[in-house]
Design a protein around this ligand. Structure first.
Ligand SMILES: CC(C)(COP(=O)(O)OP(=O)(O)OC[C@H]1O[C@@H](n2cnc3c(N)ncnc32)[C@H](O)[C@@H]1OP(=O)(O)O)[C@@H](O)C(=O)NCCC(=O)NCCS
Length: 173
């Protein structure tokens, strides 16, 4: 999609972001959240993200939000601070138009510029779209955590995928 813009999310984007996210919460296993986000919770989520731990949206030429992505703390123990976790969500009706790739590429750039060493994605293991998107953006499958999540009455496995940013830079040279 050529007219796509990626920009930082603001609190005014909360309703559009939570509409995309809550669809996934209520209907899909892409997130292990079980309770839809309220507008206040979504606003708070945006307000806690800035700089390296960014939240970004992808908009069309009319400014409509088609997807969003974020970088979040991986683990709170300080030895893990060179690692960051990413997430990307695209509206289902505009899937497979390159929006996820642009969002993830942007997040990788932010992580690189911010000095992180590696980015981790945790993906429900049957999500081919997400796994292939991450593969296409230089992530590798590290392993699969068996039955660590439960949603819609089923045990779910989580594929852990990783992009080592230094390796990525070598490839780009
Ligand atoms: C995963 C997701 C973000 C992909 O976004 P998207 O905008 O549809 O993906 P793109 O069009 O940018 O696809 C980029 C590449 O990813 C891969 N890909 C995307 N969807 C795919 C699918 N359904 N099947 C196979 N490969 C797929 C392809 O390699 C694709 O490149 P190509 O179209 O040139 O072949 C989107 O499907 C989504 O929001 N899913 C639900 C939420 C989710 O699972 N998020 C990940 C949690 S971290």
């Amino acid at each position: 999609m050529s007219t796509l813009t990626i920009r930082e999310a603001t609190k005014d984007d909360a309703e559009a972001i939570r509409t995309i996210y809550n669809y996934e919460v209520e209907n899909e296993t892409s997130t292990m959240d079980l309770v839809p986000r309220t507008l206040d919770v979504q606003r708070e989520w945006i307000s806690t993200r800035s700089g390296a731990f960014c939240a970004v949206v992808a908009t069309d030429s009319a400014g409509i939000i088609l997807g969003f992505g974020a970088l979040s703390e991986y683990k709170d123990r300080s030895g893990y601070r060179s690692t960051v976790e990413n997430s990307v969500y695209v509206r289902r009706d505009v899937a497979r138009r390159g929006i996820g790739r642009q969002l993830l590429t942007h997040l990788i750039s932010v992580a690189t510029v911010s000095g992180f060493h590696t980015v981790i994605a945790r993906i429900e293991s049957t999500s081919i779209a997400s796994r292939e998107l991450h593969m296409a953006c230089s992530f590798k499958l590290i392993g699969v955590e068996q039955q660590v999540a439960r949603k819609f009455g089923k045990w779910l496995d989580i594929a852990v995928m990783q992009c080592i940013l230094q390796d990525n830079l070598q490839i780009l040279k």
